[in-house]
Design a protein around this ligand. Sequence first.
Ligand code: 6PG
Length: 249
Amino acid sequence: MTISTKIHRFDDDGALFAGAADAVVSAAVESIRERGRFVVALSGGETPAGLYRLLAQPQYRRRVDWNRCEVFWGDERPVPPGDEQSNYRLARELLLEPVGVPGANIHRIEGERADLPAAARDYAVEIARCFGVSTTSAPPSFDLVLLGLGGDAHVASLFPGTAALDVTDRWVAANDVPRLSTVRVTLTFPVINAARAVFFLVAGGTKAAALAATLADSGDPVRFPGRRVRPADGRVEWFVDAAAAPDTR
Ligand code: 6PG
């Protein structure tokens, strides 16, 4: 099955963020027009900071009815919500507070909990409640899942060779990541692949090898988890800069 994959290559990360911001706004406007709301799972890490700052600027902010946005995360670190490592904190400070997403529409992963498997289960319940389904139903379709790409090719917190790569019966998992000596809560592939759209943001030369291997015609989906992002009825769009994608083929 071939899915629709588009690669948008930009000269630098500033242009990448502008391209991605336009695409996110378009996805939000279309979702709100067609379904009355926009349900998005945000990415963590550093790269999306530039996108979030831009979306909070008037030329983008005024194009979206932020009251109709339901905001989730693709993954979270095992830290409190105010921690500088928190994916929730990054998005709250740079985007959600500036644009005024209502608190009731912000659904964070409780990374601070000692029992992360329980936090993962509770997050799946939160997702199910937002979509009006049960956690035993087929995974619901986010309008957009934003993802980054690690230098080791991980996506969300689905790291190469880790157990969560093979989770098919749950929407959210607490994933043991031995390389980082940590456990992270992450959406699983069934949820990611139920999305209407998945946007990857990849910037910088440190990602070039991971990006090339992830996009290659063939490769190991255990070593390169991004190769498993194949939304059945959705589209995948890559927003990359020249440093991450030097090959102009
Ligand atoms: C996280 C992210 C993760 C991120 C990549 C890239 O919690 O770290 O969700 O999947 O997207 O690690 O991170 P950078 O954008 O910081 O390079």
